[in-house]
Design a protein around this ligand. Structure first.
Ligand SMILES: Cc1cc2nc3c(=O)[nH]c(=O)nc-3n(C[C@H](O)[C@H](O)[C@H](O)COP(=O)(O)OP(=O)(O)OC[C@H]3O[C@@H](n4cnc5c(N)ncnc54)[C@H](O)[C@@H]3O)c2cc1C
Length: 373
């Protein structure tokens, strides 16, 4: 009897909501809930900014309170954050930096303002307490294995610290007792994000976490850095001589990612390296030999194929298709290709099926293509 009561209450609540939904058609209950409080909306996740901090001149850290539909995340994953800028909804990916434990309805994001970027600059300049953002459910496979390895190495640079810090904070909350080293790079001492947090993490739980910082734009005698200059495999030998045996998690700017990948490949241990990219890779684009016409059938636009990815061509045609990462990770630019052939600019794979879903940001038309966009 006691276990039935909550179930009955839930059923009654669902029936009441469904009745309200029908009575309030065509707008639906969310339209009205939104007016009371945007975080009450049930069809999508909303977040309210509760704290804003600028840890360095070009970054902003936001604490977010999430609506009830949020179901949590695993350390290392990312969310798609949407914000209205000049009346247009813009979406970008950001990796929470907080532990996957703790308050289940809060997120901490740290965003580096790209001087030429739209969303990061907007949030850096305009985010304020009370601002409401859209947030997706978490995504991504850059996560720790369920069975935590005995030896872990984390490497990050700049704002790439966020998913890695989330992993470290999560391990701290689990009381991880294995061997772990975190090697983080910044240009100078002033640009190290989360310095106090890192000092605390290294001293907690009596664990074996060692934090090593590298400065890439400072003379060795000017700082107390653990390693100096751009990444070399010798840095790993210095801070974690056992690195070849450790599962390694890497996130940072393209130069750092490339150098670490090469070190792991040369050492024959690339299967131990797990990576997350924040910036799009250089895509193979051949604009000189492009042929055919691209038709965006829903909007009635047509353009000569420039050989660029479809997202760029749509934008050049004045369309504003939804997108996030611009690098084939987040799938928010997925649209249906009614007909024609496209080449995946990451893999080179051709695909000519009708009515198939493709990602506009990495698909290049090969001849005539019709997109339902
Ligand atoms: C999985 C994932 C997680 C991420 N996590 C974080 C995080 O925790 N913190 C963080 O700071 N960032 C993170 N990012 C990066 C973030 O998603 C954004 O890419 C970043 O904030 C820049 O967005 P923006 O809107 O400011 O720049 P955008 O407006 O998207 O521009 C980015 C760059 O592209 C150039 N550009 C824009 N449009 C064009 C065009 N049409 N042609 C040529 N060049 C163009 C701009 O000059 C600019 O330099 C993550 C990315 C991914 C994929």
């Amino acid at each position: 009897m006691t276990t039935l009561l909550p179930k009955r209450a839930t059923r009654a609540r669902k029936a009441a909501v469904s009745l309200a939904e029908r009575l309030l058609t065509p707008h639906g209950i969310d339209r009205y809930l939104e007016l009371v409080d945007p975080l009450l909306v049930r069809s999508e996740i909303r977040a309210r900014v509760t704290h804003v901090e600028h840890p360095t001149p070009d970054t902003v850290t936001l604490a977010l309170a999430l609506s009830r539909v949020w179901r949590g995340f695993s350390a290392g994953q990312y969310v798609r954050v949407s914000v209205d800028i000049d009346g247009v909804r813009r979406t970008r990916c950001y990796s929470p930096a907080n532990s996957q434990y703790g308050d289940p309805r809060t997120l901490e994001l740290t965003i580096k303002a790209d001087p030429n970027g739209l969303v990061s600059r907007h949030l850096h300049e305009h985010a304020h307490v009370g601002m409401v953002l859209g947030v997706s459910h978490p995504d991504g496979a850059f996560t720790l294995p369920a069975w935590r390895p005995d030896s872990l190495l984390f490497i990050s640079g700049g704002s790439g610290i966020t998913p890695v810090l989330s992993m470290l904070r999560t391990l701290r909350d689990e009381g991880y007792q294995g061997r772990a080293v975190f090697l983080h790079y910044a240009d100078t001492a002033d640009e190290v994000l989360y310095r106090d947090t890192l000092t605390d993490l290294a001293g907690e739980n009596g664990n074996e976490l060692r934090v090593a910082i590298g400065y890439t734009a400072t003379e060795p005698h000017e700082t107390g850095a653990d390693v100096h200059g751009l990444f070399t495999p010798e840095h790993l030998d210095a801070v974690a001589p056992w690195w070849r045996d450790a599962e390694t998690y890497l996130c940072g700017p393209p130069g750092l990612m490339g150098a670490v990948r090469t070190a792991y490949t040369d050492a024959g241990v690339s299967e131990h390296l797990h990576t997350e990219e924040f910036t799009p890779p250089a895509l193979e684009i051949d604009t000189a030999n492009a042929t055919g016409t691209v038709r965006f059938s829903r909007s009635g636009q047509e353009t000569a194929n420039s050989g660029d990815v479809l997202l760029e061509q749509a934008e050049q045609a004045g369309l504003r298709p939804e997108h996030g990462c611009r690098m084939g990770i987040c799938f928010s630019c997925t649209q249906v290709k009614a007909s024609g052939c496209v080449r995946n600019a990451l893999t080179g794979e051709l695909s000519a099926e009708e009515d198939e879903e493709i990602q506009l940001c990495i698909s290049v038309p090969v001849g005539d293509v019709d997109i339902n966009c």
